[in-house]
Design a protein around this ligand. Structure first.
Ligand code: ADP
Ligand code: ZN
Length: 524
């Protein structure tokens, strides 16, 4: 079943122009296409929107037989096939949504060589019956889209993808290509191995999105921060948060402020979701508040900002979600609202998750995300380093570059907090500790005679927001822990003792509670 040598003299550039209507290849496309046409396996690492599809669609049109495209999402499959059909390309898809009658019809047409591209879900592809059918076809190429799904290291491992490694055994002479927007070294090596790629041609484009400004705010009265931020923006934006309930709450609060917004999550009726997507794409709605269910396959180029109201669980997710901003190349912004306390909670969720064999991987991925949020150096560098793209230069377009972190000797402030917690017998939660520190005398404080404590009022000189942030930092530094089994009361750790005895110093960062500048863009 060795494929016929290619006699077809059609040039990739001609197909690009005549079928897809583009006059220039993007970075990497031509090299990949040429390598694939010469029968070599390939691994293509390009960010979302980078133009991966053409890397297999053009070979599919030039090679004599049929190209199989493995794709995990039914909706994306249909979109791709519709777009190809509209360009006059003979393409179809097979997945669980296709009725048997129609399936048999597709099989017949495949047999007759009617299609150049067949999109198929992995679980279907690897059924032996289906593999047998493929053996009777004139196969030219197998493309595995979202190839990181084969990897335990990927952020999106899928059981169905695991079997794809057997493709090389079934079809040793057919070139296989993996395509993904995930590019850390571990995942990359794993894809090559799992798919059994033979000395693949590897192309990776830069993951840098220079027009996106990365920004971070320490969460404090986060809903107000969000409203204030959104009101100061022009154009379309997406606000991601991590639960449906929060989507409902935030979209309600934004709407109440007169902001033209809508909520989106997987719990809504499909028709409503489609309408919201359409409204957003057509600029009828400015802001979408959504869970991560929103955005996959949405091709809107003029999204001006993406806000993460909650911390994502991996850099890959963060990169993918923020990458939906500024596809048109114009200045755009990614704002992360960060709270160390959220991080502690997420770590706990991960540890309690069902899939125990993934805990370590997920914790490591989350640690990398936290490191990004805690970064004291250029955030773009941290991000690109994660994708093994080392860059020595500071970008000048992230909050750290624009407004470098200021550190101070926080020993005395830390001592005030720690001793206040101690005097309150480690029995008070954050807000109460802060109230005592700031010298409030509300009913409970007076009743408990906490206004008589020496630490009462010791922190009058700083704002409530400041103390919230200091406590977060002390939690993060391991001097305090939150006991969630006891009404989130604050407890001292062993590490707090030498601080209280003035044996060690504590360095704190000045909280980032307001954006230094609302100006955006690389050349500001
Ligand atoms: P990916 O799969 O990497 O996320 P796509 O293949 O969907 O990206 O491509 C993203 C967009 O870029 C599509 O609208 C596609 O038509 C467009 N595109 C791809 N290659 C080119 C090119 N050479 N010239 C112009 N537009 C291109
Ligand atoms: Zn920077």
């Amino acid at each position: 079943e060795k494929p016929l040598p290619i006699e077809n003299s059609t040039k990739p550039a001609e197909v690009l122009k005549e079928v897809f209507g583009y006059s220039h290849f993007r970075d990497g496309q031509q090299q990949v296409i040429e390598q694939v046409l010469s029968q070599r396996d390939a691994l293509v690492l390009m960010p979302t929107g980078g133009g991966k599809s053409l890397c297999y669609q053009i070979p599919a049109l030039i090679l004599p037989g049929i190209t199989i495209v493995v794709s995990p999402l039914i909706s994306l499959m249909k979109d791709q096939v519709d777009a190809l059909t509209a360009s006059g390309v003979a393409a179809t898809f097979i997945n669980s949504s296709i009725p048997r009658e129609q399936l048999l019809n597709i099989y017949r047409q495949l047999q007759d060589g009617k299609f150049k591209l067949l999109y198929v879900a992995p679980e279907r592809l690897m059924q032996l019956e289906f593999i047998d059918r493929l053996h009777t076809l004139n196969l030219s190429l197998i493309a595995v889209d979202e190839a990181h799904c084969v990897s335990h290291w990927g952020h999106d491992f899928r059981q169905d993808y695991r079997l794809l490694g057997q493709l090389k055994t079934h079809f040793p002479n057919i070139p296989v290509m993996g395509l993904t927007a995930t590019a850390d070294i571990a995942t990359r090596a794993d894809i090559t191995q799992q798919l059994n790629l033979q000395t693949p041609y590897v192309f990776r484009s830069s993951f840098d999105r220079p027009n996106i400004r990365y920004n971070l705010l320490s969460k404090y009265k986060a809903v107000d921060q969000l409203i204030h931020y959104v009101k100061g923006q022009e154009g379309s934006g997406i606000v991601y948060c991590n639960s449906r309930a929060k989507v409902d709450e935030l979209s309600f609060k934004l709407a109440k402020q007169g902001i033209n917004s809508a909520g989106y999550h997987a719990g809504l009726e499909p028709e409503i979701r489609e309408k919201i997507q359409r409204d957003f794409i057509q600029d009828n709605v400015d802001v979408i508040v959504a869970t991560v269910a929103f955005g996959m396959g949405i091709n809107k180029s003029n999204v001006r900002y993406v806000v993460h109201f909650d911390l994502p669980r991996s850099i890959e997710s963060y990169y993918q979600e923020t990458g939906r901003a500024g596809r048109d190349g114009m200045p755009a912004e990614a704002l992360l609202l960060y709270d160390e306390k959220d991080a502690a909670r997420i770590r706990q969720w991960i540890a309690m998750g069902e899939n125990t064999e993934r805990h370590d991987v997920e914790l490591q991925k989350f640690a990398a995300m936290e490191a990004f949020a805690d970064a004291q150096t250029c955030r773009r560098q941290v991000l690109l380093n994660y994708f093994s793209e080392y860059s020595g230069a500071h970008c000048g377009n992230c909050d750290i570059c624009v407004n470098p972190p200021k550190r101070f000797d926080g020993t005395i402030q830390a001592q005030k907090v720690l001793s206040c917690i101690y005097r309150l017998e480690q029995n008070a939660a954050t807000q109460y500790v802060i109230d005592v520190l700031r010298g409030k005398s509300h009913k409970r404080i007076v009743e408990q005679q906490h206004d008589k404590l020496p630490t009462h009022g010791a922190g009058k000189d700083q704002s409530e927001a400041h103390w919230h942030n200091v406590i977060s930092q002390l939690i993060h530094q391991g001097l305090i822990r939150i006991d969630i089994t006891q009404n989130a009361t604050l407890k001292l750790t062993e590490a707090a003792r030498p601080v209280l005895k003035s044996e060690v110093q504590v360095t704190l960062a000045v909280p980032r509670l307001a954006l230094e500048t609302s100006k955006r863009g690389k050349n500001d």
